[in-house]
Design a protein around this ligand. Structure first.
Ligand code: NAD
Length: 296
């Protein structure tokens, strides 16, 4: 069992840290929100007073932060890398720009630290159940060292390639997710506007050629599926602003590689309009509200 510093205890980080505790690891945790630290302390973690305090003596450091700027500010701006034991392994799980991941990984390497980017897929339910998919960029030896820690939080672990590759794969996945959630919302709203029951239509699509992750596990229509953010006022889950960030990362990656992403760009504009309505903190499946002003 390892001593692990876990920094960033939000919708994803808190349940992931909980699973590491359940697997028998010793955790020191830190978040800017004291309540988040206290909840994990109640579950058996050491409540650290700062990120630097959390990494003291840690063999493994895991971070789960909102975006590139938070990751760069912590590791480089606050020089957290300088506070980590050189023999430790750093596992960065946030979804960030591939260039940011490479920048931090290079700085870590210069200090002799092993680091991988390991963004996740599977949502808050996957984080709670310990069934996340990890999409890893970095050296194979470092991934091998990370395996016991990743396996306590996830089920499928992929090596996408060198540093930053995990982020590229994650961005491609989330662009598709954003498109599929908007498309599913559009289809359901069309059906309801034409007299269908949203549950009946969802059941039909879930067993037909339009089925996807949203219709199977994360239906955007309130009341159609239990325990989804849609059935809890779109609280928790994966925020609209986080989806907007990921679609922005996809747009940057498309510009730098001269790729065309017309549907990804359209989805980014839809989530941007939706966020502008004050919905940025709601779960991203609330995009259905853009379509339903006439039908609900
Ligand atoms: P969140 O906003 O709920 O949590 C982020 C946490 O980081 C917050 O508690 C915040 O206080 C903390 N934080 C920010 N800066 C910090 C600092 N300097 N030190 C300590 N703590 C700090 O976000 P989330 O939903 O948990 O997502 C985290 C990451 O995972 C994002 O990059 C997101 O894109 C990605 N992700 C989220 C989901 C999801 O379903 N929510 C799924 C896959 C990937």
């Amino acid at each position: 069992m390892s001593s692990i510093a876990f920094i960033g205890l939000g919708n994803m980080g808190a349940p992931m840290a909980n699973n590491l505790i359940k697997a028998g690891h010793q955790l020191a945790v830190f978040d800017l929100v004291p309540g988040a630290v206290n909840s994990l302390a109640d579950a058996g973690a050491r409540a650290a007073t700062s990120a630097a305090d959390a990494v003291r003596g840690a063999e493994v450091v895991v971070t789960m932060l909102p975006a590139s700027k938070h990751v760069e500010a912590l590791y480089l701006g606050q020089d957290l890398l300088g506070a980590i034991d050189p023999s430790a392994l750093v596992i960065e799980c946030s979804t960030i720009a591939p260039d940011s991941a490479r920048k931090v990984a290079t700085a870590a390497q210069q200090r002799g630290l092993a680091m991988i980017d390991a963004p996740v897929s599977g949502g808050t339910a996957g984080a709670a159940a310990g069934t996340l998919t990890f999409i890893v960029g970095g050296e194979a030896d470092n991934l091998a060292r990370a395996m016991p820690v990743l396996q306590a939080m996830g089920k499928n672990i992929f090596h996408a390639g060198p540093a930053g590759a995990g982020q590229v794969a994650k961005i491609c996945n989330n662009m598709l997710l954003g498109i599929l959630m908007a498309g599913t919302s559009e289809a359901l709203a069309l059906g309801v506007a034409n007299g269908l029951d949203p549950k009946v239509l969802s059941d039909i699509i879930a067993k037909s050629s339009g089925r996807n992750w949203a219709t199977e596990l994360y239906n955007p229509w309130p009341g159609v599926m239990e325990n989804t953010p849609a059935s809890k006022g779109y609280a928790g889950g994966f925020g609209v602003d986080l989806m907007l960030k990921d679609l922005g990362l996809a747009a940057e990656a498309a510009l730098s590689s001269r790729s065309s992403i017309p549907l990804g760009e359209l989805a980014r504009n839809l989530y941007s309009l939706h966020s502008g309505d004050g919905s940025g903190k709601l779960d991203f499946s609330s995009i259905v509200n853009l379509y339903t002003h006439k039908t609900q």
